[in-house]
Design a protein around this ligand. Structure first.
Ligand SMILES: [Zn+2]
Length: 85
């Protein structure tokens, strides 16, 4: 049987995609906000797709800090790297 990965939605353009096609930004229990890489992190999260315009809109609208709390600007570099992976 074919294994399907879960479907998640980009918080900006609302497109639904397989989880692997999105970048997940998580607020860890410690309060640190980071981009989920290989290891699964539980916590409040936001998904963004890999379109650069969605990242640009997320920065402009301060979506991440509004949803997850105060973030350092370096998070956007991390997201960009994850988008281009
Ligand atoms: Zn998007």
């Amino acid at each position: 049987m074919e294994k399907k990965s879960p479907i998640r939605m980009c918080a900006i353009c609302r497109e639904r995609k397989e989880k692997g096609e999105l970048v997940k930004i998580v607020r860890e229990p410690s309060g640190k906000i980071s981009v989920e890489k290989d290891k699964r992190i539980n916590g409040r999260s936001v998904y963004l797709c890999k379109k650069s315009e969605c990242l640009a809109k997320a920065i402009k609208s301060k979506l991440i800090s509004r949803t997850l709390g105060e973030v350092d600007d370096s998070i956007y570099e991390e997201i960009k790297l994850a988008q281009n992976k």
